[in-house]
Design a protein around this ligand. Structure first.
Ligand code: NAD
Length: 284
């Protein structure tokens, strides 16, 4: 019987047992970890992520604020706000909710964030440090995936991990993190030939493709662990990149959608904000 890895439960436990005590310590020193979320336009999906971030922030006892801009706000207006936040010593974490309207350059916006407050881990400085294995703020979804694997006591040393998808926000960073844990990583993407063959000796499969129910049980080796990053609304029902029904008969453990990687991404964001607050307050 496959274990269903509940990201919701793991996130809740980490928030209360690991993160909240650190927040309480910081508060005793007069530091209230504070996250600012920049939201441009009125994207429905972004609004629901933002609500989840606020809920988790409240659970951990950190302060979270949303700064909203209209869909037509000029790029410079958003940049000016980021520059202001970079200088504000009461704010420790900043994230810009993506996607942004077409007239705003994502690269320009992300590059303007002070790396020490870049709790999404998207700035070139933090991505570079991750690559080099230096202390950094690790981007949230890959960090959340590693926490999920830890929660089921997966020692990656010498294991075969197959990552499907090579995006900058999921596939590439999670492959680096798995290598740092001494796994042998196979990276697959849209030009990979015979994907099923690449999965045949996988101990762990991480799927971040963005196609509903893309991976089926018949492609999954018996007893592997599957982490499903995808999230889709198909005919009003949420599903992932993995066909859960057929996969669950093959795996030893699998994440559900919803309630798997999603809550862990938000949990990692809150943890990054607390780490940033600790590091910034030690500098002052
Ligand atoms: P992306 O579109 O940036 O990248 C998709 C990757 O999949 C690409 O590297 C591409 O090469 C690969 N791919 C596409 N078709 C393929 C095929 N036929 N065979 C093999 N590889 C193929 O996507 P992303 O940003 O990494 O997101 C992936 C999914 O994860 C999406 O559904 C997204 O909504 C979801 N997501 C969820 C969270 C979360 O917190 N739950 C966070 C980030 C992304």
């Amino acid at each position: 019987m496959a274990k269903i890895i509940s990201g919701k439960d793991v996130a809740e436990k980490i928030l209360i047992t690991n993160i909240k005590p650190k927040v309480d310590d910081l508060k005793l020193k007069g530091v209230i970890p504070t996250l600012v979320v920049i939201l441009v336009g009125d994207v429905q999906a972004s609004a629901s992520y933002v609500r989840q971030k606020e809920k988790f922030a409240a659970k951990a006892g950190i302060k979270s604020e949303v700064r909203k801009f209209s869909e037509t706000a000029p790029e410079q207006e958003v940049l000016d706000e980021i520059i202001k936040i970079n200088k504000d010593s009461d704010i420790h974490g900043i994230i810009v909710q993506l996607p942004l309207p077409d007239h705003i350059s994502v690269t320009k916006i992300l590059n303007s964030i002070d790396p020490s407050k870049d709790v999404d881990g998207f700035t070139p400085t933090n991505v570079g440090k991750l690559f080099l294995g230096e202390e950094t703020l690790v981007s949230c979804t890959p960090k959340g995936i590693m926490l999920l694997l830890e929660s089921v006591n997966t020692d990656l040393k010498g294991k075969n991990v197959t990552v499907i998808g090579r995006s900058n926000i999921v596939g590439k960073p999670v492959s680096i993190l798995c290598q740092q844990k001494h796994a042998t990583v196979t990276m697959c993407h849209s030009r990979t030939k015979d994907l099923t063959a690449k999965l045949s000796d996988a101990d762990v499969i991480i799927v971040a493709v963005g196609v509903p129910k893309f991976i089926h049980g018949d492609q999954i080796p018996m007893g592997s662990i599957v982490i499903d990053v995808g999230i889709h609304n198909v005919d009003g029902k949420l599903c992932g990149d993995v066909d859960f029904e057929s996969a669950q008969n093959k795996v030893s453990a699998i994440t559900p959608v919803p309630g798997g990687v999603g809550p862990m991404t938000v949990c990692a964001l809150i943890e990054n904000t607390v780490i940033a607050a600790e590091r910034l307050s030690n500098k002052n």
